[in-house]
Design a protein around this ligand. Sequence first.
Ligand SMILES: Cc1cc2nc3c(=O)[nH]c(=O)nc-3n(C[C@H](O)[C@H](O)[C@H](O)COP(=O)(O)OP(=O)(O)OC[C@H]3O[C@@H](n4cnc5c(N)ncnc54)[C@H](O)[C@@H]3O)c2cc1C
Length: 486
Amino acid sequence: MNGDGSASPSVVVIGGGLAGLAAAIAAADDGWRVTVVETRPRLGGLTHSFPRDIAGTAAEIDNGQHVFLRCCTAYRAFLHRLGVADRTVLQHRLDLPVLEPGTGRRVRITRDRFPAPYHLLRALVRYRLVGPRDRWTAARALAALRHLDRDAAWTDEQSFAQWLESHRVTPTAIRRLFDLFTVATLNAPARQVSLRLAAMVFQEGLLTDPAACDIGYPAIPLGRLHGQAAQRVLDRLGARVLLRHRARQVWLSPDRRWRVPVENGASHERRELEADAVVIAVPHDRVSELVPPQAIPVSPELLRPSPIINVHVVFERRVLDVPFAAAVDSPAQFLFDRTASAGLDPTEGLQYLAISVSAAREWIGMPVADLRARFLPELARLLPAAAHARVVDFFVTREPAATFLPEPGSAAYRLATRTRLPGLLLAGAWTDTGWPATMEGAVRSGWAAARALGELRGEPTRAVDLRGAKRSNVAAPTEDPARVEA
Ligand SMILES: Cc1cc2nc3c(=O)[nH]c(=O)nc-3n(C[C@H](O)[C@H](O)[C@H](O)COP(=O)(O)OP(=O)(O)OC[C@H]3O[C@@H](n4cnc5c(N)ncnc54)[C@H](O)[C@@H]3O)c2cc1C
């Protein structure tokens, strides 16, 4: 297979996000000579951190709060491979406080030890942010959703909201219960989400395995958790990482070797890499410029982007008494205490909150001053202590293309790992993983590419096994010792 006669085959991975990193590390583990090409000066893609001086302390701020669930087995196994699983927190058992603006009302979504779906029955009965009829219609719909064949073609033809309405779920239950989950996991409300992906999230996360829904989150900045840790692993494996290098359209030479033109973003020096295979792990809207047109059946650029913003607020004192909380009927959808994880000292009294706002089309272009005028009063409505606490710092991070919009019809543009050309593979959270655009989907796509590389060689990959991922996660990341107090 190797044109240069060397023992191990070579692969160029274009894109150093989670998908590219998962593919690169698995391929290197399998003995491939790996080169990672990444435009930016760092690895980690959409998950990264930047420095900011907060009250005299050099804090590390994430571009956006990220969470995962216990059912994200591939992502969690990837954290183990990076050696950073203990730098995350994973709840013993789901415990999500949900706040109602203005009333001071708070409910907790918790799970019991019963088999699914009964583990959530008590939580639903106690979810007093909607009325008894809303809860009853929701329970009936969840029972039906559990048995829905999400692979049937028609499930990508209608929205989740249409399906819920056809099951007589009330608008209040859709807005105050279902949207809580779809906005957080799919980056869009039920009316914009395809039934297929919503069914996947509810079936895998809430309705099958009782432990699947426990929530995890990073205890250190994302840049260290992913990009820096992956760089260390790649260095140890002898992989080459070309940062600040942009790849251009790849081509297959007559000797059946892949050529990857790259340009150094600093010196503008151009050269061509050569490899037996290429994994293209870039965002969906960059794929067409990199692959030969005959390689793919449709352009994934037809997937539309969906933005996320994070509103970062540092208060002079503690205003949120739980690690995180969700809110209904509020633009401040999820609130996270990031004080310690950003490197600030919680004993000094300051509290740094990251407010995650998904499906943020309305907010993405709004000036900081306007966001401040909108979000600070909102925080005071959610957290009474915030009404009287001085704001030490306020800033906003924006990701216009955080995910693709998982709308009905989007499945047609999520491409498979293999292209029509031999040795040219695709990865990325947007590819046809069956998952929404998440860290889990990104890692799965990278591993799918690594498996396809193994098949090119006629050897199954030793490095990744999704069934094994579950077992390898028996030694779970740090369990949250303190239950969430609400
Ligand atoms: C604010 C925010 C919050 C999120 N919250 C969550 C969450 O809570 N839970 C969750 O699971 N997921 C969340 N996500 C989604 C998750 O971050 C992404 O799905 C995942 O990181 C995507 O990884 P990827 O490798 O597929 O793509 P990317 O991270 O986009 O990586 C692609 C890489 O390719 C590089 N590239 C592009 N073109 C070229 C080129 N020509 N040459 C070389 N390199 C190139 C890019 O620079 C980039 O680094 C969130 C995303 C954002 C932005």
